[in-house]
Design a protein around this ligand. Structure first.
Ligand code: GLY
Length: 126
């Protein structure tokens, strides 16, 4: 795997960690301010900007452990743009404390500006 692909995978892992830990500062460091997204929470609409996502980061967390794993990640780089695709497994605990796992497909687009990769678009399907 190329150095660039390794960097993009690492950035994607950091992004998922920021989401899991509700680390808004880290999330905004990785994302472009004009991030666009299709995700189930947006009910079929393309959401633009970070405000929509900020709502979830401001909620008080469950305090329960949560972990995401990227399965079979694939990185494709096209000059200053890159696609990272994978199935995301999320392990968590239900209300009874029983471990559960959910799965979704994610496509994340990164764009390099001034030598720095920024997350500019994603699509999540369940
Ligand atoms: N809902 C925020 C993200 O998946 O990037």
């Amino acid at each position: 795997m190329s150095e660039q692909s390794t960097e993009l995978l690492d950035l994607s892992r950091q992004l998922l960690k920021a989401i899991e830990t509700q680390n808004w500062e880290q999330y905004t460091l990785l994302c472009d301010a004009d991030l666009t997204a299709f995700e189930p929470e947006a009910r079929g609409h393309l959401v633009q900007g970070l405000d929509f996502h900020h709502f979830y980061f401001k909620l008080s967390g469950s305090g329960k452990p949560r972990q995401s794993t990227m399965i079979d990640p694939r990185v494709q780089v096209f000059g200053e743009t890159a696609l990272v695709t994978y199935v995301r497994l999320t392990q968590s605990l239900d209300d009874n404390g029983t471990p559960q796992t959910s799965a979704c497909e994610e496509t994340r687009i990164w764009h390099r500006k001034n030598g720095q990769w920024k997350h500019v678009h994603f699509h999540r399907s369940v």
